[in-house]
Design a protein around this ligand. Structure first.
Ligand SMILES: [Zn+2]
Length: 270
């Protein structure tokens, strides 16, 4: 008798499991998470190389001030690239227009774009992505940049703006010119006001997001990000099944969104 009851119990259990799995909503594909890191804090970035490996997260490092880097710093950049990170370009001197400073396109292209880009190529890097310093991006300069880089990052959303615009936000915010990529700044206060939860929710709903930081530091200065809260966010994304990609990796997986720049067809070190 017990045997009959037991087998009926297992049969009903099996039936209910089948029923539950049939009734589940279709699997929602998670959005991609792109990690972007700007400027020249190579020693700081390098300190966290094992954590990046531990969590299996590729970072796109946007480098400025390449002409001021010594050989050990350049070697560290190569090490980061070898371990799966992307080395991207972020101008030579990080000059921004505004506050009385006006920049003429010709000299900007010569110094800030081409000379630094060539220096990086001579050192063995081949950046495919460019990011304007700060929010300094000019529509009128778009064609000049298009001929040089397949992907240009323009515009950051602070977390308050993200909160306002999150429903319309994506990496290709200004379609059809999808070669502009937008990012959300992760500064020292990014965990306030449930911003982490909003980002997790958006990615679990299939939205792609790019997160920008500059260096890890527990102080509350504007352009620093506390490592502990950053990696706590990474763990949450991982737990939720989000996939991490470099900026180039993301756009290369979506050829329709990728613009092909002329310059990259030139031989290396040209
Ligand atoms: Zn910058």
């Amino acid at each position: 008798m017990n045997k009959v009851l037991n087998s009926s119990f297992y049969f009903l259990l099996l039936l209910s499991l089948v029923w539950i799995s049939c009734d589940s909503p279709p699997h929602q594909e998670r959005g991609k998470v792109l990690l972007l890191c700007d400027d020249y804090h190579i020693n700081n970035w390098y300190q966290y190389k094992d954590s990046f490996i531990k969590y299996d997260i590729p970072v796109s490092f946007f480098v400025s001030h390449f002409h001021q880097m010594d050989a050990p710093a350049i070697a560290k950049l190569h090490q980061l690239e070898k371990s799966g990170h992307e080395i991207a370009y972020h101008t030579l001197n990080h000059i921004q227009e505004g506050d009385g400073v006006e920049i003429e396109l010709g000299s900007y292209l010569r110094t800030e774009i081409d000379s630094g880009f060539q220096l990086m190529r001579r050192a063995g890097f081949n950046p495919h992505v460019f990011a304007f310093p700060g929010d300094h991006s000019k529509e009128a300069w778009r064609d000049s940049l298009r001929s040089r880089f397949p992907i240009v990052r323009a515009g950051s959303f602070g977390y308050f703006e993200y909160w306002e615009r999150r429903r319309s936000f994506s990496l290709q915010a200004d379609k059809p010119d999808s070669f502009w990529c937008y990012d959300i700044g992760l500064n020292s206060r990014f965990t306030e006001d449930d911003n982490m939860l909003m980002m997790l929710e958006d990615v679990s709903e299939g939205k792609n997001i790019a997160l920008l930081f500059h260096s890890f530091d527990d102080s509350s200065t504007p352009y620093t990000t506390p490592a502990e809260t950053f990696f706590a966010l990474i763990r949450e994304f991982k737990r939720d099944g989000a996939e991490f990609m470099t900026v180039s990796g993301f756009y290369n997986s979506r050829k329709d969104m990728l613009h092909y720049a002329d310059k990259l067809r030139l031989p290396k070190n040209e």
